[in-house]
Write a protein that binds this ligand. Structure first.
Ligand SMILES: [Cu+2]
Length: 117
């Protein structure tokens, strides 16, 4: 019967649609924990703790780390989207807290300094 054949065809088409929508680039899970950056840079060291809103996945953490590490004076960056925070180790003679906040804001996240020292 022709109707049965058509029904089978639409089931196949429907399955293909679900498969396509199942792929979501921003929800991928990686298991590697943030490693402490042991980059030896001369000069004084200061740790800046920030509250960061807007990160939703590992890609957001990577984007934040990559951007901040490009700043001169940033020695190490740790970020957690689950805890909405970032910890940045800097040379305070080279980079100001405000520059870190500004760089994070440029990415589209909201950053607030937790500790001032
Ligand atoms: Cu993301």
């Amino acid at each position: 019967m022709k109707n049965k054949w058509l029904l089978g065809l639409s089931v196949v088409a429907l399955s293909a649609t679900f498969l396509t929508f199942g792929i979501n680039g921003c929800s991928e899970k990686k298991t590697d924990a943030p490693k402490a950056q042991a980059k030896a840079t001369a000069g004084p060291t200061k740790v800046v703790a920030l509250e960061v809103d807007g990160m939703t996945c590992n890609s957001c953490e990577v984007a934040l780390k990559t951007t901040l590490k490009k700043l001169d004076g940033v020695k190490a960056v740790e970020a957690s989207y689950k805890e909405n925070r970032a910890v940045v180790t800097v040379n305070p003679e080279k980079v100001a807290d405000e520059q870190i906040v500004a760089a994070i804001s440029k990415l589209g996240y909201t950053a607030k300094i937790k500790s001032d020292n």
